[in-house]
Design a protein around this ligand. Structure first.
Ligand SMILES: Cc1cc2nc3c(=O)[nH]c(=O)nc-3n(C[C@H](O)[C@H](O)[C@H](O)COP(=O)(O)OP(=O)(O)OC[C@H]3O[C@@H](n4cnc5c(N)ncnc54)[C@H](O)[C@@H]3O)c2cc1C
Length: 416
């Protein structure tokens, strides 16, 4: 009987690998720990599934930071346009939002995932839910924990697409790391990416402003600046433009024990103008009214100002203007990995060939977020997961075809 390829992990990376391998005529079995596949993908669709981004390819690839060269190789196979074409092939048209982000019409994941699983079913892919992979036994068989006990599966060709370590309740928990490390595969520790940060808020700010968005501000970290919005949380800040800086902020906290970001609360007014506006006579206005009337600062923005300002700065208008243009916030820690949108770390690229096969374990390929890359939100995560699934799937097909051609040259029968 023809060998079937084992894909472990039914997220976007594993499903894409399964699609490519089955389209080439090889049998595929997908094993997943959860009762159904694609749970994180479905969760990503709540609030709008951001599939990819339309910015120029040269800018797009830079989003992968230190790993842009390796991820760029995947994107040469499968990038933003291919993501859109692929979705269209599943009957899901896409549109470009105002920020260049690409979403499915209707914004939802469920129709896309449904059509995708139907296509995989037509291509003969079998899905085995509730099969938690627990590593290899001494003979090299894959071991799965199932509701009916341990199941062992011999496999010559395996794709691991086990995801990262955030939102563990959706399936990916990073439990695979020691099993690969035991096989001498270098794995970088998983760290939060696109994550929230902790700030020592006063009780007043926490009680009255947690959950409120801070809109239309510019954040600066070092020489980088970006406009957007973010959310005040009980613990600190998260979301939106904070995610764009989260790698730099996380690295600074790991290095220095804290990170400082600066917020421009009045990005549409230059400092001299703001300072002049605030120096208008205050008359009988309270400071709160003066700030609201002269600088448009009220609500959560005023609360942030009071949180960061010293008492003597509040009555010196040029100093107050300078503070509004560059309000420093000190971040003490990242929020836990489990809360992050994605993670950094994972199987290091030194362990993988160009087709994402492990040098140390021939026949074992890896794809998706379990590899050591990271990117901001904006559709870059899913694009790279899909692209790596495509590269690993192509790698599997090339390996199986070359084995078949070697066998037929030796006179062995080849699979139908
Ligand atoms: C709230 C949220 C919103 C997001 N929104 C977006 C977005 O809009 N755009 C975007 O680009 N990205 C988004 N992401 C990120 C994106 O969803 C992930 O990067 C992507 O799903 C990772 O794909 P993957 O296939 O590598 O892993 P996963 O999707 O995590 O899939 C891994 C699979 O492996 C299975 N698995 C893990 N361990 C085992 C095991 N031991 N045995 C068997 N099975 C196992 C899991 O059950 C899971 O099904 C979002 C993430 C979150 C949490």
């Amino acid at each position: 009987m023809t060998e079937r390829v084992i894909v472990i992990g039914g997220g976007p990376a594993g499903l894409m690998a399964a699609e490519v391998i089955s389209a080439a005529g090889f049998g595929v079995d997908i094993y997943d720990a959860m009762p159904s596949v694609g749970r994180k993908l479905l969760r990503a669709g709540i609030g709008g599934l951001n599939l990819t981004h339309t910015e120029p390819a040269a800018d797009f690839v830079q989003r992968y930071g230190a790993q842009h060269t390796r991820v760029g190789e995947w994107l040469q196979q499968f990038a933003a346009q291919q993501v859109r074409d692929w979705a269209a092939g599943l009957g899901i048209e896409t549109f470009v939002g105002s920020s260049g982000r690409v979403f499915p019409l209707g914004m939802k994941t469920a129709p896309l995932l449904r059509a995708w699983l139907q296509r995989l079913g037509r291509q003969g892919v079998r899905v085995h839910p509730r099969h938690r992979w627990c590593g290899w036994d001494d003979a090299g068989a894959l071991c799965f924990s199932t509701p009916h006990g341990t199941r062992k599966v011999d496999a010559e060709t395996t794709v691991l697409a086990l995801g990262g370590g955030s939102w563990q309740r959706l399936g990916s928990d990073g439990a695979w790391m020691p099993w690969l490390a035991a096989r001498q595969i270098a794995v970088a520790p998983l760290r939060p990416a696109n994550c929230g940060f902790e700030i020592r808020w006063s009780d007043h700010l926490r009680q009255h402003f947690a959950g409120q968005p801070v809109k239309s501000v510019t954040l600066r970290v070092g020489a980088e600046q970006r406009r957007g919005e973010f959310l005040i949380t009980r613990h600190g800040i998260e979301g939106g433009v904070v995610y764009a800086f989260s790698a730099a902020l996380r690295d600074a906290i790991e290095r220095d024990g804290q990170a400082v970001l600066s917020i421009d609360l009045c990005p549409d007014r230059a400092l001299p103008r703001l300072s002049a506006d605030l120096q208008h006579p205050q008359g009988r206005d309270s400071l709160a009214n003066h700030l609201r009337r002269r600088a448009g600062i009220s609500g959560v923005k005023a609360a942030l100002l009071y949180e960061a300002a010293h008492a003597d700065q509040l009555h010196h208008m040029p100093q107050l203007a300078a503070l509004l243009k560059a309000l420093p916030l000190t971040l003490h820690a990242t929020r836990p990995l489990d809360e992050a949108i994605s993670c950094a770390g994972g199987v290091m690229f030194s362990e993988l060939d160009a087709q994402l096969m492990l040098h140390a374990l021939p026949g074992v390929f890896c794809a998706g977020e379990m590899l050591d890359w990271e990117a901001p939100t904006g559709g870059y995560l899913l694009t790279a997961c899909l692209a790596s699934g495509k590269v690993a799937g192509d790698g599997v097909v090339a390996r199986l075809l070359s084995r078949e051609s070697r066998q037929s040259a030796r006179g062995y029968p080849t699979p139908p």
